[in-house]
Design a protein. Structure first.
Length: 307
């Protein structure tokens, strides 16, 4: 009998934190699940750790090194559940996360996906509050992803019926592109609880490939703005609205004078009142980030989510 939920966890050389992540999934209060781990050519102890887990709900697929997008799409094709939950191999899921998300999707058949707030740990700290309603999520997608990928629960049938997949050409921001496409197929939302503890360290994509990630995210942002009727935003301006340069009072003044009005104006033109609200929150968060963090100290979250 097929499980209700497939939890998809790609991993490449994730031995350092893999076992706690697995335990946080298999220890969910919602037990009707399979944990599908796609091992993307690991060369550390990942294979050994996976073999040591006795729970029959764990299923492992082994790939030669193919990259995150290929690993995710392999998992989509192999998933047996009706719902697909995402989980990264170094994060921790709250024990009640899936139960609450499944119940929410059961009550809201028009929802194609939902996420939760999350809490940073490791080299970062603090709760990240995500946009709640479908209207807020659509407004947030004008400037960045609206669901934390590792907290997502999606209707797998929607992905299969529409042949929606992660796209290689958007690697480093493939989740932002996926949720942008899903928002055209139904509603997205986030539940108001911390369903995920997100590990922050220096080996993550948001740290090691920040320049490439921002370039791809800026491309998606400009595409989303164009689809909302605001075409032709220069790449440098779009990036500057979301990623302020420098730190300290002078950098804050420079951002407030040059980019903040553009961000709010763009939000108004593309998203109306919801766009203004989202842009205003982003301006406040960017100014706080510039004032409180030394250069290079960002985790990448200030670029993607409502904090």
């Amino acid at each position: 009998m097929s499980p209700r939920v497939t939890v998809l966890m790609p991993v490449h050389n994730g031995a350092a934190h893999l076992l706690p992540a697995i335990r946080s999934v298999l220890g969910q209060t919602f037990a009707d699940l399979e944990l599908l781990v796609v091992d993307d050519g690991s060369t550390d102890r990942t294979t050994e750790i996976l073999a040591s887990v006795p729970d029959p709900r764990l299923r492992v697929l082994h790939l030669s090194r193919s990259g995150i997008v290929a690993a995710l799409n392999t998992g989509l094709d192999a998933a047996r559940g009706r719902l697909l939950a995402r989980m990264d191999a170094d994060d921790l899921a709250d024990p009640g996360r899936l139960a609450r998300q499944v119940a929410f999707l059961d009550r809201h058949p028009g929802m194609v996906a939902c996420g939760t707030d999350y809490e940073l740990f490791g080299a970062g700290a603090g709760r990240v509050r995500m946009p709640r309603t479908p209207t807020q999520c659509r407004a947030r997608l004008l400037f960045g992803t609206c669901i934390a990928h590792s907290s997502a629960l999606l209707r797998l049938a929607v992905l299969h019926d529409t042949r929606t997949r992660y796209r290689t050409e958007y690697t480093y921001a493939e989740d932002y592109k996926l949720f942008s496409e899903l928002s055209r197929l139904g509603d997205l939302a986030n539940l108001p609880f911390v369903g995920l503890r997100y590990r922050v360290d220096g080996a993550q994509t948001s740290t090691t490939a920040a320049t490439r990630q921002r370039r791809v995210a800026t491309r998606i942002m400009r595409e989303n703005l164009a689809a909302a009727g605001v075409a032709g935003v220069p790449e440098q301006i779009a990036a500057g609205m979301i990623w302020p340069a420098g730190h300290g009072p002078a950098a804050a003044v420079r951002y407030a004078w040059r980019y903040a009005p553009k961000l709010i104006g763009t939000g108004a033109r593309a998203g109306g009142l919801a766009g203004v609200g989202t842009a205003t929150r982003l301006v406040r968060e960017r100014l706080n980030t510039v004032l409180r963090q030394p250069a290079g100290a960002g985790t990448g979250h200030e670029a993607c989510h409502d904090e």
